[in-house]
Design a protein around this ligand. Structure first.
Ligand code: UN1
Length: 539
């Protein structure tokens, strides 16, 4: 890789294995095309075979002892170098990211900044990574605990946050002394390649981070997960769909490993009768249509209290009608661009039939944007990519497929409720529990919501998206398995605890047996104080 500019030449890139650029002979190749202009080819990449993935795991395993023995503060210094390298290349990397997977430049900069923030946090964690000292029940014996790395970590990530989400996994995994094999999304391989090269530049030793390219199912992603069965991986970390997450959980479980699973969401945004409606409309608009609805934290159900329902609906509808859509590389002022890939587009397109069959009312939206079917705010050539109308449904109720299922795209449901109890019941009536939001100025409703909502993340008077990089990220129910990313909480996912007993007495001391437990003296009865015969002088 000689450049990470916004105009990379179209060349063939290899996997990064053991510090080498590996282009296996006879490999099947795939191209990275801009999601916003399918004729714009950014690069060609090999599809990793099972043997390639195995080789990457073996390279990682060979690098593990040295990296594990590198002092954590030194590993932290390298993380600091990574953060500075990414910050230096922020603009070029953001432009590349935006061109490759078509989020807006503003959002792409946020995506990259999240990685910089993650490095800032974990650089200094290298100087903490605390264990504990614990008093022993015997003399001349010391007890202490250490966090230890797990070994080779396989990481599989999605294309909607090609820098931020991989950094949530890779950075803490490396900081804690693990080595990594990463299978990035086939939707953003060049951004991923550039990101990996910046880690290499920062001083991550050969073999400590390996990257294999390719698809997910029946391809590189699946092969990487199955390396658990070959004992070549000690952990897998995954961001993606709940269906794939369940399968990964099964493979991880039969190998007695604990995967990190960051899965889907059907995130509720509640608007109560006392809310600042204009603020709620802005929050809902961003939560539903920002990133074209392709965030796991995007809002799925807008649950609106009856007295403000009409006002909220009308204002939201007006705001939707002025959304600007187009290729973000060519039109910087758009709210969202095209679908990241055709698969997301097809499954979003299918949700129209659910709405119609289940009896919901389509308030706005007409499927795919085409030359003859475009909203007023659309700019550019609709046929250069897959674009969707911003879509709004009403009359949606729990039980309908529209209500229950995640739809990864620009669509959201209006769900009318009467009062807080109905609102919280609707908010919890999905099998997911990732993020959530409530708009209210009532302290007790806000308090009840944060206590009663079944979700890993909750916003009060802000949208469902936009978690900060040092807060615990993850969900409950179908949104994950309880693991958390980011901040101090992620350390649990990439380390195991070792307890050490250090006996310096010079003799065999037996726990629970040779222990001089303190013996209480004769029982003292408080009741006898007042029972006639004084035990205490002066009473
Ligand atoms: C995702 O969609 O997988 O909280 C991650 C947010 C972003 C991360 C989303 N910071 O919306």
């Amino acid at each position: 890789m000689t450049q990470t500019s916004s105009q990379p030449t179209c060349q063939t890139y290899g996997h990064l294995i053991g510090g080498q650029d590996v282009q296996p002979q006879g490999a099947v190749l795939f191209q990275s095309r801009s999601s916003g202009d399918l004729s714009d080819v950014l690069g060609t990449f090999p599809e990793a075979s099972r043997a390639d993935v195995r080789r990457a795991c073996e390279a990682a395993r060979a690098a593990f002892p040295r990296w594990k023995a590198t002092p954590a503060p030194v590993r932290g210094e390298i993380i600091g170098h990574i953060g500075r390298a990414i910050a230096r290349e922020k603009e070029a990397l953001s432009r590349l990211l935006s061109r490759e997977m078509s989020k807006t430049l503003k959002e792409a900069r946020g995506d990259v900044q999240e990685a910089v923030d993650t490095c800032a946090f974990f650089q200094s964690e290298g100087r903490r990574l605390y264990g504990q000292t614990v008093p022993s029940e015997m003399p001349s014996k010391e007890l202490k605990t250490y966090r230890r790395p797990l070994g080779v970590v396989g990481i599989v990530t999605a294309g909607n946050f090609p820098v931020a989400v991989p950094s949530w996994k890779i950075i803490p995994a490396l900081l804690t002394g693990n080595v990594v094999v990463w299978k990035p999304s086939e939707d953003a391989p060049l951004t991923s390649y550039a990101f990996a090269r910046l880690l290499e530049e920062a001083g991550v030793p050969d073999g400590v981070l390996n990257v294999v390219f390719g698809g997910g199912k029946d391809a590189a992603g699946q092969f990487l997960v199955e390396m658990l069965d070959e004992r070549l991986l000690q952990k897998i970390a995954f961001t993606g769909s709940t269906a794939v997450g369940r399968w990964i959980g099964e493979v991880a479980g039969r190998n007695l490993t604990h995967p990190t699973l960051e899965l889907g969401g059907k995130n509720p945004l509640v608007v109560m009768r006392d809310a600042d409606i204009d603020n709620a409309v802005q929050g809902a608009l961003w939560a539903a249509y920002g990133t074209g609805g392709q965030r796991c934290t995007s809002a799925g159900n807008l649950i609106v209290d009856a007295p403000v329902y009409s006002e909220f609906r009308d204002k939201l509808l007006a705001a939707i009608q002025s959304i600007r859509i187009g290729n973000p590389v060519k039109h910087e002022d758009v709210l969202y661009g095209p679908f990241i890939n055709e698969r997301f587009f097809r499954s979003w397109e299918a949700h129209y039939a659910w709405g119609e069959e289940d009896g919901a009312t389509l308030l706005y939206g007409q499927g795919r944007i085409t030359p003859g079917n475009r909203p007023a705010g659309f700019q550019g050539d609709p046929e250069a990519a897959f674009y969707g109308w911003p879509t709004l449904w009403e009359g949606v109720r729990p039980g309908m497929r529209l209500f229950q299922n995640e739809v990864f795209g620009p669509t959201v449901n209006l769900v009318k409720v009467d009062g807080f109890d109905e609102a919280i019941a609707a908010a919890n009536a999905v099998d997911y529990g990732l993020s959530s939001a409530i708009y209210t100025n009532d302290r007790s409703w806000a308090h009840r919501f944060q206590e009663e909502i079944e979700a890993g993340m909750t916003s009060i008077n802000n949208s469902t998206t936009g978690a900060e990089a040092h807060m615990p990220f993850g969900g409950t129910k179908g949104s994950g398995n309880g693991t958390r990313e980011s901040g101090i909480w992620v350390l649990e996912s990439y380390t195991y605890w070792q307890g050490v007993n250090d006996d310096i007495s010079g003799r065999l001391q037996l726990a629970q047996m040779d222990t001089a437990y303190a013996q209480p003296r004769e029982a003292f009865s408080v009741g006898r104080l007042l029972s006639g015969r004084s035990e205490v002088d002066g009473i």
